[in-house]
Design a protein. Structure first.
Length: 212
């Protein structure tokens, strides 16, 4: 049984990356050789990464009682880590918002971006990737034309996900689908989105065939 974690990172019902998520889920539905789990970052209780987490670490070391927010953030962090640990394949459906990823997705990543879990340093201080056996599919939507040479340096959603999950964690990105330009070119928007959704379906069908 192959464990697939699908991370949904858009709470807009009509969002393009939401449509990508829906298409992927509909295509893989019913495959009994894959255990598909959804982690909706907008539905989960995930306090922001910050001092509350560090306070919780300190209190746990001293066997002190945690506050409500500290218990919540520790539980949320563990839930995210467990979901990633159990997954063989991770699928992310996410938009580019204001040049980067949604804050809720960033919080999920902050929870699992952990020394000793997804990476570590060796005795010489070199980065060691700890999850090279896991595979990733990235489904990204962005309204502008960020593949244009002058826009590439501004794109910090797909590039960030690639740098984190492949560059730091060592996971293999086996497929990616990027739908872009539908806002910049409204007259072509329908065709752009339709082609991208078709590509998502093809990626999902390939995955189903692989594990059928």
């Amino acid at each position: 049984m192959t464990n697939v974690l699908v991370v949904k990172a858009n709470n807009r019902p009509d969002g393009i990356s939401t449509k990508m998520y829906n298409t992927f889920m509909e295509t893989v539905k019913g495959n009994t050789d894959m255990n598909v789990r959804v982690f909706d970052v907008f539905e989960e209780d995930m306090p922001y990464f910050g001092q509350d987490l560090f306070n919780a670490f300190g209190k746990m070391q001293n066997e002190e009682e945690l506050s409500d927010v500290e218990r919540r953030i520790m539980a949320a962090k563990q839930k995210a880590m467990d979901a990633v640990k159990e997954a063989d394949i991770l699928v992310f459906a996410f938009p580019l918002w204001n040049l980067t990823i949604p804050a809720a997705l960033q919080t999920f990543i902050d929870y699992v971006y952990s020394v000793g879990f997804t990476f570590k340093y060796d005795a010489q201080g070199n980065l060691v990737q700890l999850m090279p056996e896991k595979k990733v599919i990235l489904l990204n939507a962005r309204g502008g034309l960020y593949s244009a040479p002058e826009m590439v340096p501004m794109e910090m959603s797909y590039n960030y996900m690639q740098n984190v999950f492949h560059g730091v964690f060592g996971m293999q990105i086996i497929e990616n689908v990027i739908i872009e330009g539908h806002n910049a070119n409204p007259q072509q928007a329908e065709a752009i989105v339709e082609a991208g959704i078709q590509r998502v379906q093809e990626v999902a069908q390939k995955l189903v065939a692989q594990y059928a």
